[in-house]
Write a protein that binds this ligand. Sequence first.
Ligand SMILES: [Zn+2]
Length: 250
Amino acid sequence: MGLFQIPPPTRYDLRFSVAGISVRVHPLFWLISFLFGFSANNILYTFLWVIAVFVSILIHELGHAFAFRRYGLRSSIVLHFAGGLTIPESVSWGSGWANVALRPKEEIFISLAGPFSGFIFAALLIGGVIAAGGSIAVNWFLGFIPLPTVGSIPFGGAFLTVLVILLLSVNIFWGLVNLVPVYPLDGGNVARYALMQYDPYGGVRKSLWVSVISGVIVALIGLVFLRSIYMALLFGFLAYQSYQSLQNRF
Ligand SMILES: [Zn+2]
């Protein structure tokens, strides 16, 4: 998913590739992650947080990238100040170049592949902790969503335990947030293509209304139950954006 335009390359970008998928990390990605996890009296915690965010968002975007590859599309990943983005490339089509139009079911698969690669990674971590003789505990988020966390790990000390706890919570939370049917999150794309399958002409409009309503609901949950001004502002802004699209396009 991507909230904003892709930032242009800088000389400070970190570049590498994973299984043939090129990854570019904009310097602001590190700064924003650092500020979000900043803890003045525990700088080691901040450091572990940045690692957890980096690994989790990379796994999420790799999920999208491998799903694109499944449908014959190459893609590249950019991690920037507002998360990550997987950009499919145009593919060569006979003599010319064309964008391959994906079918709604394929678009839905690609959108779900991001959050679910994070959930699978979290499940593997839980399996690893249990196999190593450690224990898993469950936190109840909002009273009804089970969020697994680490009870104990028999080795690696506090360092490893904190890192695994952060990896679990970021992977699961990031996946759940992305499944909310709000544009331009993955859930917003899923809602669009799911509704378009049943209503090719009105599906996009309906998905924008779903986006407005669920954006407002999540903003209120963030404000009232989580006391998170950030979540309220973010989802309020996304709901407003969808509302504007409705005004402009329909
Ligand atoms: Zn995504």
